[in-house]
Design a protein around this ligand. Sequence first.
Ligand SMILES: [Zn+2]
Length: 324
Amino acid sequence: MLKIDSHIHVSGDHPDCVALLDRLDIKMFNNCVASGSAMGWRAQREMYRQLAKRYAERYAWCTTIDLPDFSPDYAERVIAELEQDLAAGSLACKFWKNIGMEVRKPSGEFLMIDDPLFDPIYEYLIRVGKPALMHIAEPLACWQPLVEGNPHYGYYSQHPEWHMYTKPDHPSHAEIMAARDRVLAKHPKLRVIGAHLGSLEFDVREIAKRLDAYPNFAVDTSARVRDLAYQDPATVREFFLAYPDRILFGTDVVIRDSFAAMDPEVRQKQVQRLEETYASEMAYYEQDGPVTLRGVAYQGIGLPDRVLRKLYLDNARAWYPGIA
Ligand SMILES: [Zn+2]
């Protein structure tokens, strides 16, 4: 059965990577991140667009938008470029955590995801029937002291600039979540996929509350399988059984370097890393007994086939129309 990794960033432009996807029967939904990193998001777009063109069976992609410059024609310009990207095959539009956590308005206030400035963009997406992929906020651990053993310890030790515990003047996790929820309420026809379990990874019951309140909301599991595994397996299993149509499988593997440009040994390692990621994450969803995630033993949740099929395939197709 085909499986869709609905949240990933992999420049897999080499036959070795494609061969792995053929063998595992996986399609990657690459998404662009407007992070201002060395490789700007337009370079990511070029890579992901080409991949989807060359290997349509194995890749699809999602564009993003420039951050606001607060000029009066911002939304107009963004929509014009979005229109081009959708015509070029993009199936959604990504919004990133710098909105709510980093970008400030000319007034000095933080720009939040429910700022009216974004409304024309949301209305455009609704009009053309395309969803928004929202990575808004971060894991709750981002606002807490670093604790060794926490699934997010590694990231915040290496990226202190994103560790909000040390930045009490920045919006809280709850404030950012409330802004996201207001978007869901204000635009009930906008379909939103909350990346990383909608940044409610610490308790599946918190995700359930949003899924109950907002029928236009779904979540992907990307980079949060260990947060699920950290919780009581029976509770997590129940959550998946209660919301079988609202959870999309994703890994969030990030390999921005072109596979074709890598040394063969490095490329081989990356292919292996992908294969191991899929094996271990899928084992968690599929198996009942103990499973190992990044060297730590957890209990799998042994989901039934009908739920796995939705998690791996049907939900991506339903929430990202056109992914096939
Ligand atoms: Zn990601």
